[in-house]
Design a protein around this ligand. Structure first.
Ligand code: SF4
Ligand code: ZN
Length: 463
C-alpha cells in the first residue's frame, strides 16, 4: 500500500482545501454503507461500479455506496450492524482518508497528499477494509467489497440498504427497557470524543442510529472485551428519568471520572453525552419552553436560527450539554422519548423531511401541531402557530413562564432563571501556565449578568 494504515490516523481531519475528492456527505442525495452476512463471498474481491478514484476530478464530489459481504461459520445476521459500524473506524485508519457518520449519511474525503502518494483506486481501500475486517474480527473468514460511485449504479443497492435499515429499526421498536435485564455500552467513538460512551438500551438506540439493543447484544456476545460491552443496569434510582446505578458506574469509568451521572431520557438534566455522529439534535427553545429536533440532512437553519452544523459543534465532543442532545432518529419513536423533559409533547418544531419520516410514530393528535420550516420561520410566528393549533405545550408551566404569561411567572423567571439550561462549565484560566493551568469547575452555578460588553482589543493601547 502506498499509504500507512493504523489507529494512529483516526481523528485525522481533511479540510476542503486539503481534499482530492469528497464522497457522499450532505451534497449527495444517495449514499450508503452496508454489511451483510452471505454464503456467496469471494474472499478478497473488490468491485467498482462507476468511476474509480483516479477517474475523478480534483475537488469533485461523488456518490458512495460501500457494500461489504462477509462469511464465517458462526456469523449471524444480528452482527451485521455492528460490523457495519466498523467501516467508519477502518476507513479512518487510512492515512489520508476521513470518514464521518454511518448508514445513509456517510461522508468521506481523500486527501490530495494521499492521492499523490498513490492512493488512487477504490481497489486499495476495499483491500484495506477486507484485511482489517478479517484481522480485527477473526470470526469473519471471508470478505468482499463492492463500491458504487455514480448516481445510476447506486440506485438499486441504496434502495436495498434502506430496506435493511428499516427492518432492523422495526424489530428494535417492539422491545422496551422493562423487557430486558441487560443494557450495553459502546466506546467506539472515543477516538473523537474521549469522554463519550453510549448507553444502549431497547428504548434508547445509540445516537449514531446504527447500533440498537439487538446489535449490541450480538456484538458483546462474540467479543465481550471489545468496544461494545454489557452494562448491568443495577439499581434503578428513577425509572422515568432512566437513571440507573449501572449506567452511572459505566459512564464514570469510561469517561475517566468526567461524567458521573446520566439520565437516559432527558436532554436537560444530566443528559447523555454526544460524540459527533448523532443523527439528529434535540434542542431546547428557551423562548417557548419547548424543544425542536433537527436532523443531519436538514438544509438551512432551524427555528432558532442555527443550522445543524452550528448546533452540532455545541452538542458534540463528549460533554454533557443541557439543552443540546445528540439523538438517533429511532429514539424519537420510543414512547420514552425525553420523557423526563416532558416527552414528545414538548416538541414544537421539526425539520420537514425528518417530521415526514417519523410522522407515523408520533401521537396522531400531535403531528399537525408540530411546525416545520414550511410553516413558520421565526420564534414569534412559531408561538402564534402553537396557540392557533392548540399545541399541548401551551398548557404547560414551562411554556407560560417562557412566554412571560402573568406577573407571577415573570417573577419566578427573574428569581429562578428558569429559562436557562444549566450545566457544568469548565474553562482554563489565562496566564496560569498554559496547558498545565488550572481547571475551574463551577458546579450548578447560576450566572446573572446585567449586560454583556464585547470590546475589540486594541493591541497598542495599554490595558
Ligand atoms: Fe458506538 Fe455510540 Fe459511537 Fe455509535 S455513536 S459507534 S454506539 S459510541
Ligand atoms: Zn460517534
Amino acid at each position: 500500500m502506498p499509504i500507512d494504515v493504523g489507529p494512529v490516523y483516526e481523528g485525522e481531519r481533511i479540510r476542503g482545501n486539503q481534499m482530492y475528492v469528497e464522497l457522499g456527505g450532505p451534497k449527495i442525495e444517495k449514499k450508503f454503507e452496508l454489511v451483510r452476512v452471505s454464503k456467496n463471498v469471494t474472499d478478497g474481491k473488490v468491485t467498482i461500479n462507476g468511476p474509480d478514484l483516479k477517474d475523478m476530478e480534483k475537488g469533485s464530489t461523488h456518490p458512495i455506496g460501500i457494500f461489504v459481504e462477509v462469511f464465517g461459520k458462526i456469523l449471524e445476521e444480528d452482527l451485521e450492524a455492528v460490523f457495519e459500524r466498523r467501516i467508519h473506524e477502518f476507513c479512518n485508519f487510512i492515512n489520508g482518508v476521513m470518514h464521518l457518520n454511518q448508514r445513509y449519511t456517510n461522508w468521506m474525503r481523500v486527501s490530495i497528499q494521499a492521492f499523490e502518494k498513490g492512493l488512487n483506486s477504490f481497489q486499495m481501500i476495499g483491500t484495506i477494509l477486507i484485511r482489517l475486517f478479517k484481522a480485527e474480527l477473526p470470526i469473519i473468514e471471508k470478505a468482499q467489497v463492492t463500491f458504487y460511485t455514480d448516481t445510476k449504479s447506486i440506485e438499486k443497492p441504496h434502495k436495498m440498504a434502506m430496506e435493511v435499515y428499516n427492518a432492523r429499526d422495526e424489530r428494535a421498536r417492539g422491545l422496551h427497557d422493562e423487557d430486558v435485564d441487560m443494557f450495553y455500552g459502546c466506546v467506539l467513538c472515543q477516538s473523537f470524543a474521549p469522554t463519550h460512551a453510549c448507553c444502549i438500551t431497547p428504548d434508547r438506540t445509540s445516537l449514531c442510529g446504527s447500533i440498537n439493543w439487538f446489535d449490541a447484544r450480538a456484538a458483546a456476545k462474540v467479543d465481550p472485551k471489545g468496544p461494545i460491552f454489557e452494562v448491568v443496569p443495577g439499581e434503578c434510582y428513577d425509572v422515568f428519568a432512566g437513571h440507573y446505578q449501572g449506567i452511572n458506574d459505566m459512564m464514570k469509568k469510561r469517561s475517566l471520572g468526567e461524567i458521573e451521572k446520566v439520565y437516559l431520557f432527558s436532554g436537560m438534566e444530566f443528559p447523555h453525552t454526544s460524540c459527533g455522529c448523532f443523527e439528529a439534535i434535540d434542542f431546547y427553545i428557551p423562548e417557548l419552553g419547548g424543544h425542536g429536533i433537527i436532523d443531519r440532512s436538514h438544509d438551512g437553519p432551524a427555528i432558532n436560527g442555527l443550522p445543524f452544523s452550528a448546533m452540532a459543534n455545541q452538542t458534540g465532543g463528549g460533554k454533557q450539554m443541557p439543552g443540546f442532545n445528540g439523538i438517533s432518529i429511532q429514539y424519537i419513536a420510543s414512547p420514552k422519548y425525553q420523557q423526563y423533559d416532558g416527552g414528545i409533547k414538548n416538541i414544537v418544531w421539526m425539520g420537514k423531511a425528518l417530521k415526514d419520516r417519523v410522522a407515523e410514530f408520533l401521537p396522531a393528535d400531535l403531528v399537525d401541531k408540530i411546525a416545520t420550516e414550511e410553516d413558520v420561520n421565526d420564534i414569534n410566528a412559531l408561538q402564534a402557530w402553537l396557540e392557533e393549533k392548540k399545541h399541548p405545550i401551551i398548557e404547560t408551566d414551562a411554556y407560560k413562564i417562557a412566554v412571560g404569561g402573568g406577573e407571577e411567572e415573570e417573577e419566578e423567571y427573574e428569581t429562578a432563571g428558569a429559562m436557562v439550561p444549566m450545566g457544568t462549565q469548565t474553562f482554563t484560566v489565562g496566564g496560569a501556565g498554559g496547558l498545565g493551568g488550572f481547571k475551574v469547575i463551577l458546579k450548578n452555578c447560576k450566572i446573572h449578568a446585567e449586560s454583556v460588553i464585547i470590546k475589540k482589543l486594541d493591541g497598542k493601547r495599554k490595558k
